[in-house]
Design a protein around this ligand. Structure first.
Ligand code: FES
Ligand code: CO
Length: 338
């Protein structure tokens, strides 16, 4: 069962600065997971105490160990149970007394969890550490939809003029010029797509912006917006945690190289507004599972990027509901799709 899914991918689960001393419960691909922090960093276990099945997330962190709330069994950060208070001290702790440990990592201001034995590399997001750039974290947004529908909405250029009319688009400038989609360095990347925007980031500076979209993995995509004749760049990374078959959490990183002295609040507020404009649409889409058969639904040339995305998911063997992955298909991934 476990091997069938996107088990080796990193999933964003929490804002790093919000994980303090208390352990927290998160869900990843239907798994109940506890994350906690100690001096060594962040850790993730299956959220289940092997003694009587209580959620370890109800417990606390003591001396760097995770202590179960029920009978205070104490697990160190490698998952080994190091203390059982009910056990007379001359008796050894059974070897079987262990928590199931997952991989956890703190990157780009988020906590990421990986359930697999053979973790994929973490995505690259070079703007995060780049001098002169600053990142604000938006979300997490709770969405009752599947990750591929959400990623596809993020990659969809031709809705900007309607769903985000007056902000990211203008109904009188709805035509999309032809653009290229290439597969380079293990990711999809488009050529520049010009979009007329009355108010591209909430600063009411209208004009044409060029979008370059990239798809980094089945649940993570980004775009960078630039304007001709200006050095200003805004990158938005959207990464989705499929908590279970129906529920997702969306995190967005907004990285800008301008107005750095300004607080993040107005940028986050603007992004919240944009996100909630998309929410009703995305939650309304049927079928809920993104159809990977291109005979289903209709496609225009302007949908080239989302067509590439659907083909790629199909090639990866990702079933869009449970994000199940067929490993035999995965090795046959094609290099270029156009
Ligand atoms: Fe966790 Fe008993 S259930 S210590
Ligand atoms: Co939108």
């Amino acid at each position: 069962m476990q091997q069938d899914r996107l088990w080796n991918q990193w999933h964003p689960v929490y804002k790093a600065d919000e994980l303090k001393e208390d352990p927290q419960q998160v869900f990843v691909l239907g798994e109940r997971v506890v994350i906690f922090r100690n001096e060594e960093g962040v850790h993730a276990f299956k959220d289940l105490c092997i003694h009587r099945g209580a959620a370890l997330s109800l417990g606390k962190v003591k001396n760097g160990n995770l202590v179960c709330a029920y009978h205070a069994w104490e697990y160190n950060d490698t998952g080994e149970c190091v203390k059982i208070p009910a056990l007379p001290c001359e008796r050894p702790i059974p070897k079987k007394a262990r928590a199931t440990v997952y991989h956890a990592q703190e990157s780009f201001g988020l906590i990421w969890v990986n359930l697999g034995d053979d973790p994929d590399p973490m995505i690259a997001y070079p703007e995060y550490d780049k001098a002169g750039y600053h990142t604000a974290i938006c979300g997490p947004y709770d969405v009752k939809a599947n990750a591929p529908r959400i990623i596809e909405n993020f990659l969809d250029v031709s809705h900007l003029m309607f769903v985000h009319e007056g902000m990211l688009g203008d109904e009188d400038h709805a035509e999309i010029v032809d653009y290229d989609v290439n597969f380079i360095d293990n990711r999809f990347i488009t050529s520049k797509i010009p979009v007329y925007q009355p108010n591209p980031d909430g600063r009411s500076k209208g004009g044409y912006a060029d979008y370059v979209y990239e798809i980094l993995n089945p649940t993570t995509a980004r775009f960078t917006k630039t304007t001709e004749g200006s050095d200003e760049a805004l990158t938005i990374l959207a990464t989705v945690n499929q908590e279970d078959d129906e529920q997702t959490k969306v995190f967005m990183l907004l990285t800008r190289n301008y107005d750095l002295e300004q607080s993040d609040d107005s940028f986050i507020e603007f992004q919240d507004t944009i996100f909630y404009q998309d929410l009703d649409i995305v939650e309304s889409q049927k079928p809920e599972l993104l159809p990977l058969d291109l005979q289903i639904e209709m496609h225009l040339k302007s949908d080239a990027l989302t067509i590439a995305y659907r083909r790629w998911l199909d090639e990866l063997g990702v079933e869009t509901g449970t994000l199940a992955i067929d490993e035999s298909k995965r090795s046959k991934r094609k290099k270029v799709l156009n």
